[in-house]
Design a protein around this ligand. Structure first.
Ligand code: ZN
Length: 483
């Protein structure tokens, strides 16, 4: 007879962990949801006793208690380590992410990552996002550490709720304060725009701008950068307000997080016009002058970074663009270059790794949802079909807040597809984008069925996520200098 108390239990083997006198493990869903099992002292946990075992529901309170007991379950900062953000809109993908990250030497994962917009569309709170990642990390026994990204924060209130939930990585998006019209404004207009900047918040006088930047050479490893009056005024007009906003957010974060370890990213990727190298330099120098510290920065690169599909544009131009941005990030940081809308940009990964030498953060958000749909197409074609039909119905409306170019007329027609052909729909450009941007509508109507199916077919789901992330992370593995 086997005397191991775990012998008959449906335990995830990788989750079994002993800390002091206590053994913790995660139990598979047997009609009551997954549960945390505890043998030994279990102060602070709530659950029901079954002999010497305490069976705990996966509640927020139990997640708090478990993170207190197992330090590696608490989100950490990753510093300048090569890193990858793995957004998980369904809250079920973390085990698949971890399985891939395990194989990607030197890549630090950010396993909780959602923007306020995503939370609004998925109906989740920052705390739920973080807790879901926590349980997934336990399930896989991933003890190396992970980060939690409060993505695209726009207001101090956004920062408050995510800081309170335990996030460690704060992405400040000052996009609303970027003046894209400065990109092509005439000189006279630029002067007016610059005069109207919030100089008090920028802690300088307009004259200081000229004194600081005109007539100076800014040295890079190879070559140097100079502002002329036009390029300086354009940079300041376009990004001056954004700089002031980032500085304000940084001060706010510093005040609420105080002694806790945290790190910050600056992202201007969701703006209409590319960030020139001189504009990037202006942003970096101004933020530094204002005492801002950041670990990564996402310029708006040249070309098109649409969601869930590869880069569209001139790869040679992008290569030159990345080289310039990376040189600035090294010389005036160092900090990582961040690649937003980074899902499925397979042609870009070798270029950005080469340009940065691994000083890079890859951010993916929606691609895990698409791979979950691939798993559903495999195991439950009868659920995938209405989700795909809904994508046709909702695309015109749901695409409005995204940069996408898919055309419904080019996507495979549902009525011609056999069940066996459904998974390959996820490989077709137009269908992929349509499914990507309609996720909010799909979750509203089919969210419960989607989650139930994925829970019942975990292995198919994790395998789809793992395979897809392997393709993402292969280019980044072993390329950084480590922590
Ligand atoms: Zn972004």
């Amino acid at each position: 007879m086997n005397t191991d108390p775990l012998f008959d239990l449906p335990v995830y083997p990788a989750s079994v962990i002993r800390a002091g006198e206590t053994t913790y493990f995660l139990l598979r869903d047997q009609g009551q949801g997954k549960r945390l099992g505890i043998l030994g002292p279990a102060a602070g946990f709530e659950g029901e006793r079954a002999g010497e075992l305490l069976l705990c529901p996966l509640t927020p309170a139990n997640a708090v208690a478990l993170r207190a007991a197992l330090p590696w379950l608490r989100p950490q900062t990753l510093g300048l380590q090569t890193s990858a953000g793995c957004g998980d809109r369904l809250g079920l993908a973390t085990p698949g992410h971890v399985r891939s990250v395990r194989k990607a030497a030197g890549v630090g994962p950010i396993l909780a990552q959602q923007s306020m917009r995503e939370n609004a569309r998925t109906g989740r709170t920052p705390q739920e996002v973080l807790d879901d990642a926590t349980w997934g990390v336990l399930q896989e026994g991933w003890q190396v550490g992970y980060g939690a990204d409060a993505d695209h924060l726009k207001t101090p209130a956004d920062a408050d709720s995510t800081a309170a939930s335990g996030y460690t990585f704060f992405t400040i998006d000052p996009g609303e304060h970027v003046d894209d019209s400065a990109h092509s404004a005439a000189p006279a207009q630029l002067t007016g725009k610059v005069a109207a900047l919030p100089w008090a918040a920028l802690e300088m006088q307009p004259d200081d701008l000229y004194r600081r930047y005109l007539g100076h050479a800014f040295e890079l490893e190879r070559g140097r950068l100079f502002f002329d009056e036009q390029s300086l005024l354009r940079a300041a007009a376009k990004y001056g307000r954004a700089v002031a906003h980032v500085a304000r957010m940084h001060r706010h974060l510093a005040s609420i997080l105080s002694e806790r370890p945290w790190e910050m990213e600056v992202s201007v990727d969701e703006t209409a016009t590319p960030t020139s190298h001189l504009e990037h330099l202006y942003i970096a120098l101004e933020l530094r002058r204002l005492g801002v510290r950041w670990v990564s920065l996402a310029p708006r690169y040249v070309g098109r970074f649409e969601k869930g599909v590869d880069f569209i544009g001139d790869l040679d131009a992008l290569q030159a663009d990345l080289a310039g941005h990376a040189a600035i990030a090294r010389a005036f940081g160092p900090y990582k270059l961040s690649l937003h809308s980074g899902s499925d940009k397979f042609s870009v990964y070798p270029l950005i790794v080469e340009a940065t030498g691994g000083l890079v953060h890859l951010k993916t958000a929606g691609t895990s949802y698409l791979e979950a749909l691939r798993a559903i197409a495999q195991v439950q074609p009868g659920l995938f079909r209405p989700i795909y039909a809904l994508a046709f119905e909702r695309y015109d409306e749901d695409r409005k807040t995204y940069h996408v170019s898919a055309e419904a007329a080019r996507a495979p027609r549902l009525e011609y597809l056999t069940d066996n052909a459904l998974p390959a729909v996820l490989d077709q450009f137009d269908a992929r984008e349509m499914l990507h941007v309609t996720f909010g509508s799909a979750l509203q109507r089919y969210g419960d069925a989607i989650k139930t199916t994925l829970r019942a077919h975990e292995d198919a789901h994790y395998a789809a996520i793992e395979a897809h992330f392997d393709r993402h992370l292969a280019a980044f593995a072993g390329k950084g200098e480590g922590k």
